[in-house]
Design a protein around this ligand. Structure first.
Ligand code: GLC
Length: 542
């Protein structure tokens, strides 16, 4: 096992710099604040960070609309502050990946301002222009709630430009070799500073072709291979993580083709929410059976929530309607093809279900990614613009603005409602309470880190008769650390359940629950019977 595969053992934390900690009192989260609060992440136990966009941006799309790829937005500090934060992370043994937004820029980016200025501007061809809005009809619209078309007419030259997201985010034209070369230079710029890799944004949409749906085109794969080859050659050991909201079969070429090291497993995520609501493992098993196990150098990335709406792109129409009915009873909760809510409110703030989903997140095959704030059970605000309601400041304590900032006015207001407001839900309180969600997650992470099997082991589903029980095995020959076999048993039901498992493959040994240290009766029988409380789970290790 090579330490080059560090990402296989990692526990990631998605960090929204803007809302994490304000160090200079101007109301914006920034790198100085992040450095001051960094030990919190060490305490939590995460080993890698995905840093959301911090580049100059008009913030139409929370920084995913970049106006300068080679800089830091002044609200967050300077390039030197970034370098310091990076060094501080590395000092603590935490790896840092940053967002690489490849598909588009802001419409305020100087390239686009030039491009739109005249049809014969040298930058014209850096974006996708057309005299008609009828091209590429097979391409779906992603932001269906706001964008009527992927084309927008630019009055300056009377032509349309192409955009897969907001019209303020024109797509770059990857048929232009200059664009291809420039994106590689942008990557080099950040890699030279010493980052450990990229979370690559909106991967499938780089090229447009007639008669196609505009996703996963061979040209896109060819370009990603170039990105990867450059990284391997010039910055060995750095990684790329794909944001490609696709079925496993469509994601596989991004992994196996010598492209990404890791890919988010989008279809698994909503099925975790289905399982705890249906009290049944069926949907989980179906998707996991469609999920190939990956070789030593590749990895799934699994998550419960992130900064976007809980996406329902990778479900059937019937499942989508069901998810909306169950998890988005108020129409404001819906956004595009998803649900704009945080983890705790989605699960009715029910600790048993939150703990259960975390226990699955940390034991299913793949590298887990936590979304900032979910480790203390933060709430959301569905009345805010776009997805801002799940991007509010991290609640540190009960002081002004939840300890996020000393400014009078802050960039995004803190959550103040009765259940999730910062007076009740905050880091300081969570730290003190031995039974808090924060401490439960910390414990799950620390146990996971003692057993390499979770990041690297094989995976096998068990099929006991009771379908409310989701049970699977992980196994790893000769781990450098920890158990060689773990049997995970989870009760998806809201009542106590009995399950009979065939454990004859194990031999007559007493397993222990890695999470509690409790010793269980000897394995080795084909009628090994367990009783689990409502939403209970165990990680039986041998
Ligand atoms: C990705 C990001 C999302 C953003 C979109 C356009 O899906 O996760 O937040 O809006 O790309 O950049």
């Amino acid at each position: 096992m090579s330490s080059n595969h560090w990402y296989k053992d990692a526990v990631f934390y998605e960090l929204n710099l803007r809302a994490f900690a304000d160090g200079n009192g101007d109301g914006h989260g920034d790198f100085i604040g992040l450095i001051e609060r960094m030990d919190y992440l060490v305490e939590l136990g995460v080993t890698a960070i995905w840093l959301m966009p911090f580049y100059p941006s008009p913030l139409k799309d929370n920084g995913y609309d970049i106006s300068d790829f080679y800089n830091i937005d002044p609200a967050y500090g300077t390039l030197d502050d970034f370098k310091r934060a990076l060094a501080e992370f590395h000092k603590r043994g935490i790896r840092v990946t940053v967002d690489l937004v490849v598909n588009h820029t802001s419409d305020q980016h100087p390239w686009f301002i030039e491009s739109r200025s005249s049809k014969d501007n040298p930058k014209r061809d850096w974006y996708v222009w057309s005299d008609t809005d009828q091209k590429y009809q097979g391409t779906r619209i992603i932001f269906v709630d706001t964008e009527p078309s992927n084309w927008t007419l630019d009055p300056l030259t009377g032509e349309y430009f192409w955009h897969r997201f907001y019209k303020e985010q024109p797509d770059l034209n990857y048929d232009n070799p200059e664009v291809q070369a420039e994106m590689l230079n942008i990557m080099r710029f950040w890699l030279k500073l010493g980052i450990d890799g990229f979370r690559v944004d909106a991967v499938p949409y780089l090229f447009e072709r007639e008669g196609q749906n505009g996703e996963n085109l061979p040209e896109t794969h060819a370009y990603i291979k170039q990105m990867r080859a450059m990284m391997d050659r010039e910055f060995p050991g750095t990684i790329m993580l794909a944001e490609a909201n696709q079925w496993p079969k469509d994601l596989m070429p991004y992994l196996q083709g010598g492209e990404f090291h890791m890919g988010f497993h989008f279809p698994l995520m909503p099925r975790l929410f289905m399982a705890v609501r249906q009290h049944n493992r069926r949907e989980l098993i179906n998707i996991l059976n469609e999920t190939p196990m990956l070789p030593e150098d590749l990895q799934w990335c699994i998550f419960l929530r992130n900064h976007d709406e809980l996406t329902l792109e990778m479900v059937t129409e019937e499942q989508r309607q069901w998810m909306w009915k169950e998890y988005a009873p108020d129409p404001r909760m819906k956004l595009n093809l998803g649900i704009r809510r945080r983890l705790a409110p989605l699960l009715d703030n029910d600790r048993r279900r939150i703990d259960l989903l975390n226990a699955l997140l940390f034991s299913l095959p793949g590298t887990p990614i936590l979304y900032y704030g979910d480790e203390i059970g933060m709430g959301d605000d569905i009345w805010r613009y776009d997805r801002n309601g799940v991007r509010t400041p991290l609640q540190w304590d009960t002081s002004k603005h939840a300890g996020f900032s000393t400014a009078d006015k802050i960039v995004e207001e803190v959550i103040t409602d009765e259940v999730y407001g910062f007076h009740r839900v905050n880091v300081a309180a969570a730290r003190q309470d031995a039974g808090s969600l924060f401490n439960a997650i910390r414990h799950q992470i620390s146990v996971r880190k003692q057993h390499q099997i979770f990041g690297r082991g094989d995976f096998q589903i068990l099929y006991p008769a009771n379908e409310a029980i989701f049970a699977f095995e992980r196994f790893l020959e000769k781990p450098e650390l920890g158990a060689t076999r773990v049997l995970v048993v989870a009760n998806l039901a809201d009542s106590e359940q009995e399950v009979v498992l065939d454990t004859s493959a194990y031999g007559n040994v007493a397993p222990i629950d890695l999470l509690t240290g409790q010793v269980y009766p000897n394995l080795g029988s084909d009628t090994y019977t367990l009783r689990l409380p409502a939403y209970g789970y165990i990680w039986l290790g041998v």
